[in-house]
Design a protein around this ligand. Sequence first.
Ligand code: NAD
Ligand code: ZN
Length: 350
Amino acid sequence: MAVENLTAVLHGINDIRLENTPIEEPNEDEVLLEMACVGICGSDVHYLVHGRIGDFIVDKPMIIGHEAAGVVCKLGKNVKNLKVGDRVAIEPGVPCRVCNFCKEGSYNLCPDIIFCATPPVHGNLRRYYKHAADFCFKLPANVSLEEGALLEPLSVGVHACKRAHIDIGSNVLILGAGPIGLVSLLVAKAMGACKVVITDLLQSRLDVAKELGADATFLIEKGMSEEDNIKKIHELFGEAPNRTIDASGAQASIRLAILGTKSGGIAVLVGMGAPEIQVPLINALVREVDIRGVFRYVNDYADALSLVATGKVNVKPLITHNYKIEETREAFETAKTGRGGAIKVMIHCK
Ligand code: NAD
Ligand code: ZN
């Protein structure tokens, strides 16, 4: 092969290999991208460690990676929105475009969506990768390719905050200060929330949240009762928060999200933990606390890009580690162990 296409392929549990794969030819509505950077997401690590997420099973080799940005190097013949040399963020899920969900605008719910690095669909941690041109977002000159890759988790935060109806004056409780909790914090602030309190089990993550603009943080400690945690959180707000976002997936957090939210408020669930958990549903019912789910994002990439391009949100501090594609295994080890205070680990493909 004349040009090498170094690619990170997940073969099975704890078995990630760098291989040369063919460079694909873009079809008429696609562009070929020279990949620039790919962030590691918790789900990538989950596939590496467990080989599956729920019913999605890695039963044959799968290229990993979905938080990505690259540079257009070849155009399909129908592509009009991009040109060679454009730097783009890649929205990794391309829906069928014809089902009712797609037609109604809820394309994140499309049953036939093709989503990078969700088995059996390959991801984009490789030097060259082709993608639907209309799911590529051209980056303005003041937005870096690293920021472009971070539009993926940022879009989850944008969608979560929209689903939470965050508005001027909202009091927002965020449970979990991993990348998703942190981007939700940034977006909630940008949307006019007046007070954001964030929780975690790790003080180091709360310290990052504080630097990113959290008004207060709350360390969840062993031995504290649910009632005490709720009381302390309410004290930090001066009342009960009217908006809550769970970004941990932990049962204890989801219970706090329901019990801690002000009557008439909204509790949004983003974290994905065990498929079945025990929650005080009647408490939500009698206090009219709306519980709303979040699945990825839908029509949120452009908003995420605007937030970054206009400086309303700064995602750069989330990147704690950088690696070359040749160092993919080491990069995953850092993401897996959280060593060195890892939040977002970025892999550079060139
Ligand atoms: P992460 O594991 O880096 O962060 C989760 C954080 O929650 C960690 O810092 C952890 O210490 C903290 N935590 C765990 N138990 C807690 C508790 N009881 N109270 C407070 N904090 C607690 O993961 P992430 O990448 O930030 O993602 C967060 C969650 O969102 C994951 O469950 C992930 O699967 C999910 N997710 C969902 C969607 C979606 O579309 N719904 C999209 C992306 C991620
Ligand atoms: Zn569809």
